[in-house]
Design a protein around this ligand. Structure first.
Ligand code: AMP
Length: 181
């Protein structure tokens, strides 16, 4: 009984039953406050700004929205300030069953190029390395349907504003943008 009420918790946010069951099987049954507030808005296709600390479930909040909103020919993009955070986000997408390419500095460009050429749902990137790919024309952002900026304030503090402007400027103008800080 507890579980069915809790599944209703995620379902009432507008997520498909199959997704809620997938989460419930993995003991994710009660939405956290950031999930409760951001998922219904994100699922409408609106842009949003979410404010939540690390550890409050925000990765799942934007991850679930992004995967639900993507059309079949589209890719999602998540920008994060550090390699470590990008790794964690990519793990969450893989856990959700998405094909994810991790594009961070300090790792083989060649392998990233091969993965970016292959079929994928989501690219999780740090801004600097993604700019390298755009400059070398090894990736184009013309299929991005949803762009997420995670820890956006930290990215700005780290001087990534010009890179973020360039990246978003190359995404389709009708994309959805989810910003978290
Ligand atoms: P995050 O804030 O995205 O770093 O998430 C922190 C941790 O909380 C991760 O291990 C998630 O799997 C877990 N988590 C996210 N949402 C929920 C939830 N609704 N119920 C239980 N655990 C959750």
């Amino acid at each position: 009984m507890k579980n069915s009420t809790a599944i209703g918790g995620f379902e009432s946010l507008g997520l498909p039953k199959a997704v809620c069951q997938y989460l419930a099987k993995r003991d994710i049954v009660v939405p956290t406050p950031i999930q409760e507030q951001s998922i219904p808005v994100g699922l409408t296709g609106s842009d949003l700004i979410g404010i939540a600390q690390t550890g409050t479930g925000k990765t799942l909040a934007f991850g679930l929205c992004l995967l639900e909103r993507l059309l079949p020919h589209q890719n999602g993009l998540v920008l994060a300030p550090t390699r470590e955070l990008a790794h964690q986000i990519a793990e969450t997408f893989t856990w959700l069953g998405a094909r994810c390419v991790l594009v961070v500095g300090g790792e083989s460009m060649k392998r990233q190029i091969a993965e970016l050429r292959g079929r994928h749902d989501v690219v999780v990137a740090t801004p600097g390395r993604l700019i390298d790919h755009l400059q070398q024309k090894t990736y184009k952002l013309d299929r991005i349907g949803v762009a997420v900026l995670d820890e956006a304030d930290r990215m700005l503090d780290m001087g990534f504003a010009p890179a973020i402007r360039t990246i978003l400027g190359q995404c389709p103008s009708d994309r959805q943008t989810l910003m978290f800080r």
